[in-house]
Design a protein around this ligand. Structure first.
Ligand code: PEP
Ligand code: MG
Length: 570
C-alpha cells in the first residue's frame, strides 16, 4: 500500500515503524484551587517549559550551526507574550483551572491560525499546539515522549511533527519520518531538512494504516510512504541506496577541491539558498559562498513585514558559514507565483507580467528602504556581501535603486549606524529586455547574474509552471542560447563578473556551451554542488568549443535534444 504526502525532506529511508499516537493529556478531573493557586501553578509550568525550550534551542544550535534554533526561541517569546499572559489570567480569574485556561487560550490561537488563508501561517498552528501540549504536560506532571531512545533505524510515524519533537531526533536512529499533518513550509519540515532526515508530511491515514514494527519505505523526494513493501520494492530500495552511496563515494573528493575545468582553469561555484538553514548545508557541500540568497523566506511566513533588525540578523546568519566568502543577497522577488497576502498587491490577470520583483519593491518604497538599510548594515560586517536586483527591464531601475541606496546610507550615517555605502549592486538578467540591453546595463551595474528560470519562460512565452506548455519550456532553444551567449559576451567586454544562478547552471547539456562562452561563476542548489564541480572538471576548452560549434549550428530545440540524446550525457 502506498500513501502520498508532501516530500518535505529529500532522500530515502526504510525501517520498522514506531507509531506515536500521543493523545492530549486529560485534565477533566482537576479542580479549581483559587486564582492565586492556579496562577502560581501556571507560572511554575511556564518557567519549566521555558527552561526546557531554551535547552532544546541550545541542542539545535549545537547540532546544526544554523538559525533553526530561532524557531524554538520564538516559542519562548510566545510564552512571554503579555497579551497571552493577560488572557490566561482572565480565564483563571473567571474560575478556570490552569489547564482549562491553557486549553481555552492556546486553543483559540490554534483555531485562529488554522483559519488563515496563507498556508505558511496556517502551519504555525502546529507550533502553538506544541506549546499548549507541553504546558499541559508540565502542569499535570506527565513526561514527554523520549525520542532519543527510539530503536536505531526506525521510521517515526506520528500525527504531527512538532518543533520540540524534531529537535530530539537523531539521524543515526531515525531512518525517516511520516506524519498525518503538516506541509513543506512547516517549521518541522525545515528542521527535518536541516537534520538530513527524509520526511513525508501530510500523509492522511498513515497512523490508521501502520502498526508498530511494520516495515515502511519512505521516499522524501517523491513524497511517498510504501507500507509493508514487497521483496521487489525492498530490493529496489537497496539498489537505490547503493547507487546513492556509490555516487557519494565518487563525488566525495570534490568536496574540498577548488572548481577547475579540464585545463585547470579556475572557476567559481556558489550555492542558491532559500533560507539561512540551507547555507549551513551549502557550506558543508563545499560551496565557495552564496550565489543567490532568495529573501522571500523573510516575508512569506508572517502577518506583517520583517523589521530591519530581523533582516539584518537573517543576512548575517546566512553569511556565517562562509567567513570571508561571497554572499549575494537578492532583494525581495514577490509576485508571479510568490504571493504575500499582507502586501496586498493588486489582483492581476497575468501576475508573471505584472507587479513583481523589483516593480513590487518600487510599489512599496517604505518596505524596500527597510531591506536596503538592513543590507547596507550587513555589508559593514560581511565584506563579501553583494546586492542583486530581480526582474530588471531598464537601466533607469538600477539608477533608481542606486539613488535609494545612497539615501539610506546617508540616513544610517546620520544616525551613527555602521554601514557600507559602496555595496556592489548587480542585475539579474532574467527578462529578454535585460538580455538584449546587457551592454547598456553593464554600464550601470557591478555584476550580472543570469536567471535562466525566468529568462527561458519570458523568451519562449512558455509559463515555467504550466504543464500544458512544459515541453516548450527549455533553455536548450536557440533563442535562449543566443541570449546567454550575448549576455556573457557583453559582461565580459565590460569587464563585469557574470554568473548564472538559474536551474540551467547545473545542466550537463548547457555546461560545455557556458564554459566555451567564458562563464566563470555558477550558482546551483546545494544538492547539486558536487556533481556540478565534477562535471566542470571533465571539460577542456577544446572539447567544450567543439560541442558549442555543433549545437549553435542547429535550428531548433528538437535538433538540439536529438544531438544530446545521441551522445548520452549524464
Ligand atoms: C531565475 O529566474 O532563474 C531565478 C534564479 O530566480 P527565481 O527562480 O527565484 O525566479
Ligand atoms: Mg527569477
Amino acid at each position: 500500500m502506498i500513501l502520498r504526502g508532501i516530500g518535505a525532506s529529500g532522500g530515502v529511508g526504510m525501517g520498522p515503524a514506531v507509531c506515536l499516537r500521543a493523545a492530549a493529556p486529560d485534565h477533566t478531573e482537576r479542580g479549581y484551587t483559587g486564582a492565586e493557586g492556579e496562577r502560581a501553578r501556571l507560572r511554575a509550568a511556564s518557567c519549566q517549559v521555558e527552561r526546557e525550550t531554551a535547552a532544546l534551542a541550545e541542542r539545535m544550535r549545537s547540532r546544526t550551526e544554523g538559525s533553526e534554533s530561532a524557531i524554538l526561541t520564538g516559542q519562548i517569546t510566545m510564552l512571554q507574550d503579555p497579551e497571552l499572559e493577560l488572557q490566561l489570567d482572565q480565564a483563571i480569574r473567571a474560575g478556570e483551572c490552569a489547564e482549562a485556561a491553557v486549553d481555552a487560550v492556546f486553543g483559540g490561537y490554534v483555531r485562529l491560525f488554522e483559519g488563515l488563508e496563507d498556508e505558511r501561517m496556517r502551519l504555525r498552528a502546529a507550533d502553538v499546539q506544541d506549546l499548549q501540549g507541553r504546558l499541559l504536560r508540565a502542569l499535570l506532571g506527565c513526561r514527554e515522549a523520549d525520542l532519543s531512545r527510539l530503536p536505531a533505524g526506525c521510521v517515526l510515524v506520528t500525527r504531527e511533527l512538532t518543533p520540540s519533537m524534531a529537535v530530539g531526533l537523531d539521524r543515526e536512529r531515525v531512518a525517516a519520518i511520516v506524519t498525518e499533518a503538516g506541509g513543506s513550509a512547516s517549521h518541522a519540515a525545515i528542521l527535518a531538512r536541516a537534520l538530513g532526515i527524509p520526511a513525508v508530511l501530510g500523509a492522511p491515514g498513515v497512523l490508521r494504516e501502520v502498526e508498530n514494527g511494520a516495515l515502511v519505505l519512505v521516499d522524501g523526494d517523491a513524497g511517498t510512504a510504501l507500507l509493508r513493501p514487497g521483496q521487489e520494492a525492498q530490493e529496489e530500495y537497496r539498489a537505490r541506496r547503493a547507487a546513492l552511496l556509490r555516487r557519494q563515494v565518487r563525488l566525495e573528493p570534490y568536496r574540498r577541491r577548488p572548481t577547475v575545468d579540464g585545463d585547470g582553469r579556475r572557476l567559481h561555484l556558489y550555492a542558491n539558498v532559500g533560507h539561512p538553514a540551507e547555507a549551513v548545508r551549502a557550506a558543508a557541500e563545499g560551496a565557495e559562498g552564496i550565489g543567490l540568497l532568495r529573501t522571500e523566506f523573510l516575508f512569506l511566513d508572517r502577518p506583517e513585514p520583517p523589521t530591519e533588525e530581523e533582516q539584518l540578523a537573517a543576512y548575517l546568519a546566512a553569511a556565517r558559514p562562509f567567513p570571508g566568502g561571497r554572499v549575494v543577497v537578492r532583494t525581495l522577488d514577490v509576485g508571479g507565483d510568490k504571493q504575500i497576502p499582507w502586501l496586498a498587491l493588486p489582483q492581476e490577470r497575468n501576475p508573471f507580467l505584472g507587479c513583481r520583483g523589483l516593480r513590487a519593491s518600487f510599489a512599496r518604497p517604505e518596505l524596500f528602504r527597510v531591506q536596503l538599510r538592513a543590507l547596507l548594515r550587513a555589508g559593514a560586517e560581511v565584506p563579501g556581501l553583494r546586492v542583486l536586483l530581480p526582474m530588471v527591464t531598464a537601466v533607469s531601475e538600477v539608477r533608481r535603486v542606486r539613488t535609494m541606496l545612497a539615501q539610506c546610507a546617508g540616513e544610517l550615517e546620520g544616525e551613527g549606524v555602521a554601514c557600507r555605502p559602496e555595496l556592489p549592486l548587480g542585475v539579474m538578467i532574467e527578462t529578454p529586455a535585460a538580455a538584449r540591453t546587457a551592454d547598456l546595463l553593464a554600464g550601470e551595474s557591478d555584476f550580472f547574474s543570469i536567471g535562466t528560470n525566468d529568462l527561458t519562460q519570458h523568451t519562449l512565452a512558455a509559463d515555467r509552471n504550466d504543464l500544458e506548455v512544459k515541453k516548450l519550456y527549455t533553455p536548450l532553444h536557440p533563442a535562449v542560447l543566443r541570449e546567454l551567449r550575448e549576455v556573457i559576451r557583453a559582461g565580459r567586454q565590460a569587464g563585469l563578473p557574470v554568473g548564472l544562478c538559474g536551474e540551467a547552471a547545473a545542466s550537463p547539456e548547457l555546461l560545455p556551451l557556458l564554459l566555451s562562452w567564458g562563464l566563470e561563476e555558477f550558482s546551483v542548489s546545494p544538492a547539486l554542488l558536487l556533481e556540478t564541480r565534477a562535471r566542470i572538471a571533465g571539460w577542456t576548452a577544446e572539447e567544450a568549443g567543439a560541442v558549442e560549434r555543433q549545437v549553435m549550428a542547429l535550428a531548433g530545440p528538437e535538433e538540439i535534444r536529438a544531438y544530446y540524446d545521441a551522445r548520452a550525457y549524464d
